[in-house]
Structures are given as structure tokens and as C-alpha cells.
Write a protein that binds this ligand. Structure first.
Ligand code: NDP
Length: 448
């Protein structure tokens, strides 16, 4: 979809000039601006208030040095980031990504997406994101701890339970959150809910580990049901084998589907009998091994090098749960050829704009990331509530609230799409519904 509205075309021009060299950020902004065309026509007051001009610029960007000492006694230096993107509807909230590909453009795109996602959850959370180009893979526990402590030594000056509450993302799981929480507590001398995704013994919420994957399946289930379909007896392909992919596999299986493939950054496994999730959990969560080890204990399964081939496996439902831009036009066309009926995104921005066009032009139901994977941050919001109350809710209570939130997110996307004349386009619906709440708050708070 091209931008024909002159005002929005001008905003995008400025964004491209100001953020040259950050293609992921420009991609994320372009998608949202395209969806907002019917909104600016109906809401000149929001244009007048400069809401969109302000939204495409983060409130604050922090970049810092992270020095740490490796197991050989050698000093290593990484770069740390925190983008406090928008605080119109609540404290900044969003994960910390630890991956060698991290640079400011990735963190800005993730922070931008987070603003709309958090708005869709109905909880009072602004958007933020952070991380580092540190690679936890192949590092000892001691090295990861020293990195996390150094990272938090600087980050703790900028965050707090009523200001900015980070969480996990790629490369940041329970181990890393634990080390960071310990360091925050040591420096600030306060025990507060400053991070989410914490361990259950020190303020974590039941069901937070499962939340993004479960929430993805709850959203997908709503989308399927609204179109006369369900997970029952469907074949599902899921990319990744981390936190989101593992719990999406679990919930999709519980809902009656058969998940036949998973991947990591080296390659993918195909098991026509259905993935043995207990084995994957042991390999990835306990032993931190590569996914290819799966075939050593499953004679019927195949391993293939390279990630992209996973989308050539025939499936009814595809759930990309690894990383950005992992499905391109060619992969999307393969999904269409193999009669896939739905794609829902566990990862952030896993489909290129060309792939999305292929889904929409071929009637594939498309659940965009900022709606479909919002269950993680929603449950982080529930963890913040429990921390403030100094209470812990049961697994069933948290899971029940998560399920209700995902149903309500689908409803908002569906209704906004209909209201703005794009029925069935849940991407436009998510962008519009997420935007409107933040925009109203920004307008009400004046030019800040
Ligand atoms: P994990 O680190 O637990 O797992 C990431 C998985 O994706 C691993 O299997 C990893 O393989 C694979 N992967 C990472 N980078 C690449 C790459 N460049 N190419 C191919 N595969 C890759 O992360 P999560 O499961 O937490 O996150 C996955 C996605 O979900 C991310 O996009 C994240 O932003 C998004 N997300 C996560 C939420 C959460 O609550 N955790 C919430 C909302 C969104 P390998 O081990 O080889 O690196």
C-alpha cells in the first residue's frame, strides 16, 4: 500500500532523512503510517496536535559502554542501549535483547512497535526497548553474570518501577533477568518490581514464561474462529525454538494441532509424527544445545541446515517465532502454494512488507506481531500489578486474564479494521486501534 496522503508522505520523508542507515525502524514506521491514512483524514485534530510528528521520534535514547572481564581475564566491551520510546499511557515497558545483531535501529524499531502493542493490551504501559550486541551463546554462566552486572550498573540510573520496567527478549531469559535484578537491588538498595520475567522465588508471575506463546495461540484461535476455522487437526510450522516457539508449540498442540517443525539460527527440524516437546525443552532450556541434536534421538525426524527452508514445509498455519524479516516474498508464496490458511506472528516484524502483501492478496489470515504476540507484555503488566500488591496470583488466574486480554485484542483489531473500511485486515486494525489510545493521551497532555 503506497502512502498517498501528503501529510503522512512528508512525515515519512523526514523519518527517512533523520534515520538513514536504520532500515528496520523505517520499515516499522512505514507500515504504521500506511495504516493511518484513513485516520488522519477523519481526525485532523490529531494532525493539528502534531501527534504523529512526535510519535516517530523516541522520547529518549540512551547508549552506553558495557565493559566486563571474560574467563581468561581479558576485558571485553559491548554497547548497551535503552530507548524510552513513549510514556503517554504509562511507564516505559519493553524487553532487553542480547544478540550480536543489536544496534540502535533494531532497538528503535522494537520500541516503536512496543508503543502500539502495549496500548492494545488495555493495560497502562508506555513503550520502550533495550539490549546489547553481547552474544550469550557460548559464554559461561560467570561471563553472562559479569556482563549483566555491568549492563545493569549503568541501566539502573535510568529505570525504576514507576518509570521504566524492562523484561526479556531474544537472549534474555530467566538467568539474565535474575543477574540483572540482583545487581539493581544491590546498587539501589530497594526490592521493587523493576524488571519482569523474574523467577518465581523473587516476585515473578506464574504463566509469564508461557505467556507469549500461549497468547499467540489464543489470538490465532480467535482469528481462526472468526473465519469459521480452528486449530483442530491442523498442521503447524513454527520457527525458532526459544521461549516463544516452545510455548506456542505446547498450546497449539493442546488446541488439537500437530506441530511438525521448529528451528534455530543454524537450521530446522521436521518431524512428521509431531514435535516431541519434552525433548526440545530439555535440549534448549536445560542443556542449551542446538536444535539439530533432536534427530539423534528421533529416527523419523529430519534436520536441514539453513533457516529459510522451514517455510517450504506444507502447513495449514505458520507461526514465525524467531526474528525480524524471516519470511520474505518467496517464502510467503510457498506458504500460499501449500494452501496455508493463517500466519500469526510470535516474533516481532518477522514478515517483510512484500510477504505481508502476498498474505493479504491471497486471503491468508494474518495476525500481526503487535497484536498476536502482545500476551508476553500483557502478562508482564500482570506481574507488575502483583508486585505492587505484594501478592501472587495462581497460574489459572493469570492464564485466564491472559486469555481474556488476547480475545479483547483480537476484537479491537477486528472492529477497528471494519470501522475504517478494511474488514479482515487485522494489521491495519492493530495499527489503528493501538494508535488511537496513545494519540488521545498525547493530545490531552499537550505538546510534550
Ligand atoms: P529466545 O532467545 O528464547 O529464542 C529465539 C529463537 O529464535 C532461538 O531459537 C534463536 O535461535 C532464533 N533466532 C534468533 N535470531 C535468529 C536469527 N537471526 N535467525 C534465525 N533464528 C534466530 O527469544 P524469544 O523466544 O523470547 O523471542 C523470539 C521472538 O519473539 C523475538 O522476535 C522477540 O522479539 C519476540 N517476542 C518475545 C517475547 C517474549 O516474551 N520473550 C514477547 C514478544 C515478542 P538461536 O538459538 O540459534 O539464536
Amino acid at each position: 500500500m503506497a502512502i498517498t496522503n501528503a501529510y503522512l508522505a512528508g512525515v515519512l520523508e523526514t523519518v527517512k532523512k533523520r534515520n538513514a542507515g536504520e532500515p528496520e525502524f523505517i520499515q516499522a514506521v512505514t507500515e504504521v503510517l500506511e495504516s493511518l491514512q484513513p485516520v488522519v483524514e477523519r481526525r485532523p485534530d490529531l494532525v493539528e496536535a502534531g501527534v504523529i510528528d512526535r510519535l516517530v521520534e523516541p522520547e529518549r535514547q540512551i547508549i552506553f559502554r558495557v565493559p566486563w572481564v571474560d574467563d581468561n581475564g581479558k576485558v571485553q566491551v559491548n554497547r548497551g542501549f535503552r530507548v524510552q520510546y513513549n510514556s503517554a499511557i504509562g511507564p516505559y515497558k519493553g524487553g532487553l535483547r542480547l544478540h550480536p545483531s543489536v544496534y540502535i535501529g533494531i532497538i528503535k524499531f522494537l520500541g516503536f512497535e512496543q508503543v502500539f502493542k502495549n496500548s492494545l493490551t488495555t493495560l497502562p504501559m508506555g513503550g520502550g526497548k533495550g539490549g546489547s550486541d553481547f552474544d550469550p551463546k557460548g559464554k559461561s554462566d560467570g561471563e553472562v553474570m559479569r556482563f549483566c552486572q555491568s549492563f545493569m550498573t549503568e541501566l539502573c540510573k535510568h529505570i525504576g518501577p514507576d518509570c521504566d520496567v524492562p523484561a526479556g527478549d531474544i537472549g534474555t531469559g530467566a538467568r539474565e533477568i535474575g543477574y540483572m535484578f540482583g545487581q539493581y537491588k544491590r546498587i539501589r538498595n530497594e526490592f521493587t518490581g523493576v524488571l519482569t520475567g523474574k523467577g518465581l522465588t523473587y516476585g515473578g508471575s506464574l504463566a509469564r514464561t508461557e505467556a507469549t506463546g500461549y497468547g499467540l495461540c489464543y489470538f490465532t484461535d480467535e482469528m481462526l474462529k472468526a473465519n469459521g476455522e480452528s486449530f483442530k487437526n491442523k498442521t503447524v510450522v513454527i520457527s525458532g525454538s526459544g521461549n516463544v516457539a516452545i510455548y506456542a508449540t505446547q498450546k497449539a498442540t493442546e488446541l488439537g494441532a500437530k506441530v511438525v517443525a521448529l528451528s534455530d539460527s543454524n537450521g530446522y527440524i521436521f518431524d512428521k509424527n509431531g514435535i516431541d516437546l519434552a525433548c526440545v525443552k530439555q535440549l534448549k532450556e536445560v542443556e542449551r544445545k542446538r536444535i539439530k541434536e533432536y534427530v539423534t534421538t528421533h529416527a523419523d525426524a529430519e534436520y536441514h541446515e539453513g533457516c529459510k527452508g522451514i517455510w517450504s514445509i506444507p502447513c495449514d498455519i505458520a507461526l514465525p517465532c524467531a526474528t525480524q524479516n524471516e519470511i520474505d516474498k518467496e517464502s510467503a508464496e510457498l506458504l500460499v502454494k501449500n494452501n496455508c490458511i493463517a500466519v500469526a506472528e510470535g516474533a516481532n516484524m518477522p514478515s517483510t512488507p512484500e510477504a505481508i502483501e502476498v498474505y493479504l492478496n491471497n486471503g491468508i489470515l494474518y495476525g500481526p506481531a503487535k497484536a498476536a504476540n502482545a500476551g508476553g507484555v500483557a502478562t508482564s503488566g500482570l506481574e507488575m500489578s502483583q508486585n505492587s500488591e505484594r501478592l501472587s496470583w495462581t497460574f489459572e488466574e493469570v492464564d485466564g486474564k491472559l486469555h481474556d486480554i488476547m480475545k479483547s485484542i483480537f476484537k479491537s483489531c477486528d472492529e477497528a479494521a471494519k470501522e475504517y473500511g478494511m474488514e479482515g485486515n487485522y494489521m491495519a486494525g492493530a495499527n489503528i486501534a493501538g494508535f488511537l489510545k496513545v494519540a488521545e493521551a498525547m493530545k490531552a497532555q499537550g505538546c510534550v
